[in-house]
Design a binder for this molecule. Structure first.
Ligand code: KIV
Length: 295
Protein backbone atom coordinates (compact mmCIF):
# COMPACT_ATOMS: atom_id res chain seq x y z
CA UNK A 1 0.00 0.00 0.00
CA UNK A 2 1.43 3.44 -0.92
CA UNK A 3 1.57 6.23 1.69
CA UNK A 4 -1.14 8.08 -0.20
CA UNK A 5 -3.57 5.18 -0.33
CA UNK A 6 -2.87 4.38 3.36
CA UNK A 7 -3.70 7.98 4.26
CA UNK A 8 -6.86 7.81 2.14
CA UNK A 9 -7.94 4.64 3.93
CA UNK A 10 -7.61 6.26 7.36
CA UNK A 11 -9.54 9.42 6.54
CA UNK A 12 -13.26 9.47 5.83
CA UNK A 13 -13.97 10.43 2.21
CA UNK A 14 -14.21 14.20 2.09
CA UNK A 15 -14.59 14.64 -1.68
CA UNK A 16 -17.13 16.84 -3.34
CA UNK A 17 -19.37 13.91 -4.19
CA UNK A 18 -19.84 12.92 -0.55
CA UNK A 19 -19.79 16.46 0.80
CA UNK A 20 -22.48 17.54 -1.65
CA UNK A 21 -24.61 14.52 -0.87
CA UNK A 22 -24.28 15.10 2.89
CA UNK A 23 -25.03 18.80 2.64
CA UNK A 24 -28.07 18.13 0.54
CA UNK A 25 -29.22 15.35 2.84
CA UNK A 26 -28.93 17.57 5.89
CA UNK A 27 -30.60 20.52 4.25
CA UNK A 28 -27.47 22.57 3.62
CA UNK A 29 -26.53 24.30 0.39
CA UNK A 30 -23.77 23.09 -1.90
CA UNK A 31 -22.31 25.78 -4.07
CA UNK A 32 -21.71 23.99 -7.34
CA UNK A 33 -22.68 21.09 -9.54
CA UNK A 34 -20.94 17.73 -9.38
CA UNK A 35 -18.57 17.29 -12.32
CA UNK A 36 -17.03 14.28 -14.01
CA UNK A 37 -13.81 15.11 -12.15
CA UNK A 38 -15.63 14.46 -8.86
CA UNK A 39 -16.75 11.10 -10.23
CA UNK A 40 -13.20 10.19 -11.18
CA UNK A 41 -11.94 11.24 -7.73
CA UNK A 42 -14.63 9.12 -6.05
CA UNK A 43 -13.29 6.00 -7.76
CA UNK A 44 -9.77 6.83 -6.57
CA UNK A 45 -11.10 7.06 -3.00
CA UNK A 46 -13.11 3.85 -3.38
CA UNK A 47 -16.34 5.75 -2.69
CA UNK A 48 -19.67 4.35 -3.88
CA UNK A 49 -22.38 6.65 -5.22
CA UNK A 50 -26.02 6.49 -6.30
CA UNK A 51 -27.57 7.54 -9.60
CA UNK A 52 -31.28 7.80 -10.39
CA UNK A 53 -33.08 8.47 -13.63
CA UNK A 54 -35.23 11.62 -13.87
CA UNK A 55 -37.43 12.89 -16.66
CA UNK A 56 -39.00 16.10 -15.33
CA UNK A 57 -38.01 19.16 -13.34
CA UNK A 58 -40.12 18.55 -10.24
CA UNK A 59 -39.05 14.96 -9.61
CA UNK A 60 -35.45 15.90 -10.35
CA UNK A 61 -35.63 18.70 -7.77
CA UNK A 62 -36.74 16.20 -5.10
CA UNK A 63 -33.77 13.94 -5.88
CA UNK A 64 -31.42 16.93 -6.01
CA UNK A 65 -32.54 18.05 -2.55
CA UNK A 66 -32.16 14.47 -1.30
CA UNK A 67 -28.50 14.57 -2.35
CA UNK A 68 -28.51 12.26 -5.37
CA UNK A 69 -25.25 13.36 -7.00
CA UNK A 70 -25.82 12.08 -10.54
CA UNK A 71 -29.07 11.94 -12.50
CA UNK A 72 -29.57 10.23 -15.81
CA UNK A 73 -32.19 11.50 -18.20
CA UNK A 74 -32.44 7.99 -19.56
CA UNK A 75 -34.19 7.01 -22.74
CA UNK A 76 -36.08 4.71 -20.34
CA UNK A 77 -38.30 7.82 -20.47
CA UNK A 78 -39.73 5.99 -23.48
CA UNK A 79 -41.33 3.30 -21.28
CA UNK A 80 -41.54 5.20 -17.99
CA UNK A 81 -42.69 8.66 -19.02
CA UNK A 82 -43.79 8.81 -22.64
CA UNK A 83 -45.90 5.63 -22.88
CA UNK A 84 -43.88 3.77 -25.54
CA UNK A 85 -43.34 0.01 -25.23
CA UNK A 86 -39.56 0.23 -25.61
CA UNK A 87 -36.86 2.89 -25.76
CA UNK A 88 -36.52 2.52 -29.53
CA UNK A 89 -39.01 5.23 -30.64
CA UNK A 90 -37.56 7.96 -28.39
CA UNK A 91 -36.36 10.97 -30.42
CA UNK A 92 -33.68 13.63 -30.01
CA UNK A 93 -36.37 16.30 -29.64
CA UNK A 94 -37.92 14.37 -26.75
CA UNK A 95 -34.57 13.76 -25.04
CA UNK A 96 -33.60 17.41 -25.44
CA UNK A 97 -36.86 18.63 -23.92
CA UNK A 98 -36.75 16.19 -20.97
CA UNK A 99 -33.04 16.83 -20.31
CA UNK A 100 -33.56 20.60 -20.29
CA UNK A 101 -36.38 20.18 -17.73
CA UNK A 102 -34.17 18.07 -15.45
CA UNK A 103 -31.31 20.56 -15.70
CA UNK A 104 -33.72 23.39 -14.80
CA UNK A 105 -35.00 21.44 -11.79
CA UNK A 106 -31.56 20.84 -10.28
CA UNK A 107 -28.58 22.80 -9.05
CA UNK A 108 -26.22 20.19 -7.60
CA UNK A 109 -26.41 16.93 -9.52
CA UNK A 110 -24.42 16.09 -12.60
CA UNK A 111 -27.03 15.59 -15.32
CA UNK A 112 -26.30 12.93 -17.92
CA UNK A 113 -28.44 12.99 -21.06
CA UNK A 114 -29.04 9.76 -22.98
CA UNK A 115 -28.52 9.66 -26.73
CA UNK A 116 -31.58 7.87 -28.13
CA UNK A 117 -31.59 5.08 -30.71
CA UNK A 118 -30.70 6.34 -34.18
CA UNK A 119 -28.94 9.49 -32.96
CA UNK A 120 -25.35 8.15 -32.99
CA UNK A 121 -25.24 4.75 -34.74
CA UNK A 122 -24.43 6.33 -38.15
CA UNK A 123 -21.01 7.34 -36.89
CA UNK A 124 -18.94 9.78 -34.86
CA UNK A 125 -20.08 12.93 -36.69
CA UNK A 126 -23.76 12.13 -36.13
CA UNK A 127 -22.98 11.35 -32.48
CA UNK A 128 -21.23 14.70 -32.10
CA UNK A 129 -24.15 16.56 -33.65
CA UNK A 130 -26.64 14.85 -31.31
CA UNK A 131 -24.51 15.20 -28.18
CA UNK A 132 -23.88 18.86 -28.96
CA UNK A 133 -27.65 19.45 -28.95
CA UNK A 134 -27.99 17.94 -25.48
CA UNK A 135 -25.09 20.02 -24.17
CA UNK A 136 -26.03 23.33 -25.83
CA UNK A 137 -29.84 23.22 -25.84
CA UNK A 138 -30.50 21.20 -22.67
CA UNK A 139 -27.39 22.06 -20.65
CA UNK A 140 -26.41 18.52 -19.63
CA UNK A 141 -22.93 17.94 -18.19
CA UNK A 142 -22.38 14.61 -19.95
CA UNK A 143 -24.05 12.23 -22.36
CA UNK A 144 -24.57 8.47 -22.34
CA UNK A 145 -24.60 6.09 -25.27
CA UNK A 146 -24.92 2.33 -25.66
CA UNK A 147 -22.33 -0.08 -27.01
CA UNK A 148 -18.77 -1.12 -26.24
CA UNK A 149 -16.31 -1.83 -29.06
CA UNK A 150 -18.97 -0.90 -31.59
CA UNK A 151 -19.29 2.65 -30.19
CA UNK A 152 -15.65 3.42 -29.42
CA UNK A 153 -15.16 5.80 -32.38
CA UNK A 154 -18.20 7.83 -31.34
CA UNK A 155 -16.91 8.06 -27.76
CA UNK A 156 -13.45 9.14 -28.95
CA UNK A 157 -14.78 12.05 -31.02
CA UNK A 158 -17.16 13.26 -28.29
CA UNK A 159 -14.41 13.18 -25.67
CA UNK A 160 -11.94 14.91 -28.04
CA UNK A 161 -14.62 17.57 -28.55
CA UNK A 162 -14.98 18.19 -24.83
CA UNK A 163 -18.15 16.21 -24.14
CA UNK A 164 -17.87 13.73 -21.24
CA UNK A 165 -19.31 10.32 -22.09
CA UNK A 166 -20.84 7.63 -19.89
CA UNK A 167 -20.85 4.36 -21.80
CA UNK A 168 -23.41 1.56 -21.41
CA UNK A 169 -22.64 -2.12 -22.00
CA UNK A 170 -24.14 -5.52 -21.12
CA UNK A 171 -27.85 -5.39 -21.84
CA UNK A 172 -28.38 -2.43 -24.15
CA UNK A 173 -32.15 -1.87 -24.41
CA UNK A 174 -31.93 0.04 -27.71
CA UNK A 175 -30.91 -3.32 -29.25
CA UNK A 176 -33.97 -5.11 -27.87
CA UNK A 177 -35.01 -6.20 -31.38
CA UNK A 178 -31.67 -7.98 -31.81
CA UNK A 179 -30.83 -9.21 -28.30
CA UNK A 180 -34.08 -9.21 -26.26
CA UNK A 181 -33.94 -8.47 -22.53
CA UNK A 182 -31.57 -11.26 -21.47
CA UNK A 183 -28.71 -11.43 -18.98
CA UNK A 184 -25.48 -10.64 -20.85
CA UNK A 185 -21.96 -11.98 -20.30
CA UNK A 186 -22.92 -15.54 -19.38
CA UNK A 187 -20.41 -18.10 -20.65
CA UNK A 188 -16.73 -17.70 -21.40
CA UNK A 189 -16.91 -16.00 -24.79
CA UNK A 190 -19.64 -13.57 -23.68
CA UNK A 191 -17.64 -12.69 -20.55
CA UNK A 192 -14.54 -12.01 -22.66
CA UNK A 193 -16.59 -9.82 -24.97
CA UNK A 194 -17.93 -7.83 -22.01
CA UNK A 195 -14.38 -7.27 -20.73
CA UNK A 196 -13.27 -6.19 -24.23
CA UNK A 197 -16.23 -3.79 -24.42
CA UNK A 198 -15.40 -2.34 -21.00
CA UNK A 199 -11.76 -1.77 -21.94
CA UNK A 200 -12.73 -0.32 -25.32
CA UNK A 201 -14.95 2.38 -23.79
CA UNK A 202 -12.35 3.20 -21.15
CA UNK A 203 -9.63 3.47 -23.81
CA UNK A 204 -11.89 5.67 -25.91
CA UNK A 205 -12.13 8.10 -22.99
CA UNK A 206 -15.48 7.37 -21.30
CA UNK A 207 -15.52 8.68 -17.71
CA UNK A 208 -17.83 5.90 -16.45
CA UNK A 209 -19.63 2.85 -17.77
CA UNK A 210 -23.05 1.41 -17.00
CA UNK A 211 -23.13 -2.39 -16.68
CA UNK A 212 -26.70 -3.60 -17.18
CA UNK A 213 -27.90 -7.10 -16.32
CA UNK A 214 -24.58 -8.93 -16.13
CA UNK A 215 -23.57 -11.61 -13.60
CA UNK A 216 -22.38 -10.08 -10.31
CA UNK A 217 -18.97 -11.80 -10.37
CA UNK A 218 -18.25 -10.55 -13.89
CA UNK A 219 -19.35 -6.99 -13.01
CA UNK A 220 -17.03 -7.08 -9.99
CA UNK A 221 -14.16 -8.27 -12.21
CA UNK A 222 -14.81 -5.45 -14.70
CA UNK A 223 -14.88 -2.98 -11.80
CA UNK A 224 -11.51 -4.22 -10.51
CA UNK A 225 -10.02 -4.13 -14.01
CA UNK A 226 -11.09 -0.59 -14.98
CA UNK A 227 -9.83 2.69 -13.58
CA UNK A 228 -13.12 4.43 -14.50
CA UNK A 229 -16.19 3.82 -12.32
CA UNK A 230 -18.75 1.17 -13.16
CA UNK A 231 -22.43 1.91 -12.58
CA UNK A 232 -24.42 -1.26 -12.02
CA UNK A 233 -28.06 -2.02 -12.73
CA UNK A 234 -28.82 -5.68 -12.15
CA UNK A 235 -25.07 -6.24 -11.89
CA UNK A 236 -24.65 -7.10 -8.19
CA UNK A 237 -22.93 -5.29 -5.35
CA UNK A 238 -19.40 -5.15 -6.74
CA UNK A 239 -19.75 -2.04 -8.94
CA UNK A 240 -18.64 1.48 -7.96
CA UNK A 241 -22.10 3.02 -8.31
CA UNK A 242 -25.71 1.85 -8.61
CA UNK A 243 -28.44 3.22 -10.82
CA UNK A 244 -32.17 2.54 -10.72
CA UNK A 245 -35.02 3.78 -12.87
CA UNK A 246 -36.90 6.11 -10.53
CA UNK A 247 -40.41 4.91 -11.35
CA UNK A 248 -39.32 1.33 -10.49
CA UNK A 249 -37.51 2.41 -7.32
CA UNK A 250 -40.49 4.39 -6.01
CA UNK A 251 -43.16 1.91 -7.05
CA UNK A 252 -44.86 3.99 -9.73
CA UNK A 253 -44.25 1.57 -12.59
CA UNK A 254 -47.30 -0.57 -13.30
CA UNK A 255 -47.00 -4.37 -13.72
CA UNK A 256 -43.89 -6.39 -13.01
CA UNK A 257 -40.55 -4.77 -12.30
CA UNK A 258 -37.24 -6.58 -12.78
CA UNK A 259 -35.91 -8.76 -9.92
CA UNK A 260 -32.92 -6.47 -9.39
CA UNK A 261 -35.12 -3.51 -8.39
CA UNK A 262 -35.51 -2.63 -4.72
CA UNK A 263 -38.78 -0.76 -4.25
CA UNK A 264 -38.43 2.01 -1.65
CA UNK A 265 -42.00 3.31 -1.80
CA UNK A 266 -45.40 2.46 -3.27
CA UNK A 267 -46.24 5.65 -5.15
CA UNK A 268 -48.73 3.89 -7.42
CA UNK A 269 -50.88 3.00 -4.43
CA UNK A 270 -50.40 6.39 -2.73
CA UNK A 271 -51.37 8.29 -5.90
CA UNK A 272 -54.25 5.95 -6.75
CA UNK A 273 -55.68 6.25 -3.21
CA UNK A 274 -55.38 10.04 -3.33
CA UNK A 275 -57.08 10.22 -6.73
CA UNK A 276 -59.96 8.03 -5.46
CA UNK A 277 -60.35 10.16 -2.32
CA UNK A 278 -60.47 13.33 -4.45
CA UNK A 279 -63.08 11.78 -6.75
CA UNK A 280 -65.22 10.70 -3.78
CA UNK A 281 -65.00 14.17 -2.22
CA UNK A 282 -66.11 15.83 -5.45
CA UNK A 283 -68.96 13.38 -6.07
CA UNK A 284 -70.04 13.55 -2.41
CA UNK A 285 -69.83 17.34 -2.26
CA UNK A 286 -67.14 17.42 0.46
CA UNK A 287 -64.63 19.22 -1.73
CA UNK A 288 -64.24 22.13 -1.96
CA UNK A 289 -65.12 23.30 1.54
CA UNK A 290 -65.38 26.89 2.66
CA UNK A 291 -61.65 26.94 3.46
CA UNK A 292 -60.83 26.14 -0.19
CA UNK A 293 -63.07 28.90 -1.52
CA UNK A 294 -62.31 32.53 -2.35
CA UNK A 295 -64.84 35.35 -2.00
O1 KIV B 1 -32.30 4.72 -19.99
C1 KIV B 1 -31.99 4.38 -18.83
O2 KIV B 1 -32.70 4.67 -17.84
C2 KIV B 1 -30.77 3.63 -18.64
C3 KIV B 1 -30.50 3.08 -17.29
C4 KIV B 1 -31.28 1.84 -17.10
C5 KIV B 1 -29.06 2.87 -17.07
O3 KIV B 1 -30.05 3.44 -19.56
Amino acid sequence: MTQLSAARKQQPAEGALKATADKALYGGKSTRRITVRDITAAKERGEKWPMLTAYDAMTASVFDEAGIPVMLVGDSAGNCHLGYETTVPVTMDEMTMLSAAVVRGTSRALIVGDLPFGSYQEGPVQALRSATRLVKEAGVGAVKLEGGERSHRQIELLVESGIPVMAHIGLTPQSVNAMGYRVQGRGEEAAHQLLRDAKAVQDAGAFAVVLELVPAELAAEVTRTLHIPTVGIGAGAGTDAQVLVWTDMLGLTGGRVPKFVKQYADLRRVMGDAAKAFAEDVVGGTFPLEEHSVH
